[in-house]
Design a protein around this ligand. Structure first.
Ligand SMILES: [Zn+2]
Length: 495
């Protein structure tokens, strides 16, 4: 889910920063009649989905000591037992521990449409027993919650999709097109990213009209009450830069005006005072349009004012004071690390900072590097690019642009809005721009429009992905099972 984004490959520590949506009194009232969608699940479906969830949580799929293949094989067996032909199931990957499962639910082909691909990662972030109240690799139900590593990110969705595939198969449902489920390795870390590997080695197996990725999106709740239902439709690009000022140094008893630390500090001061330009795209425009109906007063007015042509600069300035809105309206670059000097009584020979950027769709790290050089405006401060995969520092940042957002397609959005309205009435669907990155970066780069859609609700105050005592509300899980079952039917019912 956006501000709480379920996965971020590059900097796990920043995952799922929680969005703090202000709820209006009116909205809170609207939400009082919480529909118990979980009631729609019959006992058999609840048992099945719980069993699969438990099985997945208890298979350790961490990069260090876990095994993704074991989980992929277990889910393959579940699908085989439910009647999926072996020919429509494939377990494959670059090495023994990092095999991915690709399952194809055959459609009638009546609509002449390309398949829908759903991607879910099976791997989880490391978890240490001593940090947790319960064993992170034991599925524990306690006080209305399921506990275990992956209950939020994202074995819940792995289990939900496998369950719904089985339910649809058992009832003889025939989609009008193929639905492909890929359960994959190494989203959180490791070097064998399953989505990337499948695209490079078996594109035919997973080629699709569009991608659904339940790793982001989701129902945003405050104390269990739904506020909005989020659809992640585009992502910012991550980039780190290293700013360095070098100097011959010397004895600190005879300081010179030319000082590495002062050069760097002045450069960072200029960066602080030089916000990147305001820019909206189709997704962030839709975001502000919907948010304007949830907010009130000046904030709602400002949201409408930034949508006008030309946008109102004062409204932009006021909204920019809120980090959520600021990061939605522009590329951001911020100092995150600082070092310099080598002795208390010596002039510094080196001063260095890391600047972390989140780049808007349509722009490249190379472009941002040039912007930084211009903002720094000091030939004594170099601006170099830090490669995230290796940590190597290079002179030139990549020219590859963050992908422009995919269209908000009616064939994806309309059925989503319909089901969301049935299950969470009063909570609007709000398109989001993710400020991190999920596996959708691979499918988007491969030219397949990708959407973060998930029917699991996590409370604003209960985001624990990557953290200790990760847990998910039991009802929220069953709602998630119900949601994808209904949504897949709505997407693929013969027209
Ligand atoms: Zn994730």
């Amino acid at each position: 889910m956006e501000y709480f984004h379920r996965s971020e490959r590059v900097v796990p520590a920043t995952v799922k920063a929680v969005k703090s949506l202000r709820i209006t009194g009116t909205l809170a009232l609207l939400c009082l009649s919480l529909p118990l969608a979980a009631d729609h699940l019959d006992e058999a479906a609840r048992t099945l989905s719980r069993d699969i969830f438990k099985q997945l949580i208890e298979i350790n799929t961490t990069d260090s000591v876990g095994n993704v293949t074991t989980a992929a094989r277990a889910m393959e067996k579940r699908l085989l037992d439910a009647g999926f032909p072996a020919a429509d199931l494939a377990v494959l990957g670059p090495n023994d521990r990092k095999q991915n499962l690709v399952a194809r639910f055959r459609g009638t082909g009546a609509g002449g449409l390309k398949p829908i691909l759903i991607i879910c990662h099976l791997d989880v972030v490391e978890a240490r027993r001593e940090d947790w109240t319960t064993d992170p690799f034991e599925f524990v139900e306690k006080d209305g919650y399921f506990y275990g590593r992956g209950t939020q990110d994202m074995k819940d969705s792995d289990a939900i999709l496998v369950t719904d595939f089985i339910r649809l198969k058992r009832e003889g449902y025939q989609p009008d097109r193929d639905i492909i489920l890929a359960l994959t390795a190494d989203e959180e870390g490791g070097t064998a990213n399953g989505v990337d590997w499948l695209l490079k080695n078996h594109r035919d197996l997973i080629d699709a009209d569009f991608v659904l990725n339940p790793d982001s999106g989701g129902v945003y709740t405050e104390n269990g009450k739904p506020v909005d239902v989020e659809l992640e439709a585009t992502e910012k690009l991550y980039a780190d830069f290293q700013l360095t000022s070098l100097n011959p140094g010397g004895h600190s008893s005879r300081p010179a005006p030319d000082n590495a630390i002062y050069h760097l500090a002045d450069a960072l001061g200029r960066l602080e005072r030089s916000p990147f330009p305001f820019e909206l795209n189709s997704v962030t425009r839709a975001y502000f349009e919907r948010m304007a109906t949830l907010e009130k007063g000046q904030t709602a007015e400002d949201m409408r004012a930034v949508l006008r042509t030309p946008p109102d600069p004062e409204a932009i300035a006021r909204l920019s004071a809120d980090p959520r809105f600021n990061s939605t309206m522009r590329t951001t670059c911020v100092a995150t690390r600082l070092s310099g000097g080598h002795a208390n009584n010596a002039l510094p020979q080196t001063a260095q900072a890391v600047v972390n950027c989140r780049i808007l769709p349509g722009h490249s790290p190379e472009e941002v590097q040039q912007d930084l050089v211009r903002i720094v405006a000091d030939p004594k401060v170099s601006v170099r690019f830090i490669e995230s995969a290796t940590g190597n520092v290079v002179d030139r940042a990549p020219a590859k642009k963050a992908l422009p957002p995919p269209p908000l397609r009616a064939d994806v959005l309309k059925p989503f809005e319909k089901i969301a309205d049935e299950m969470w009435p009063g909570a609007p669907v709000v398109p989001e721009m993710e400020t991190g990155a999920s596996d959708s970066i691979y499918t988007m780069a491969a030219g397949i429009p990708s959407y973060g859609i998930c029917g699991v609700a996590i409370d604003h105050g209960d985001v624990r992905a990557h953290g200790k005592d990760e847990r998910l509300r039991v009802d929220s899980y069953y709602d998630g099972v119900d949601f994808y079952y209904r949504y897949l039917k709505a997407l693929t019912a013969a027209r």
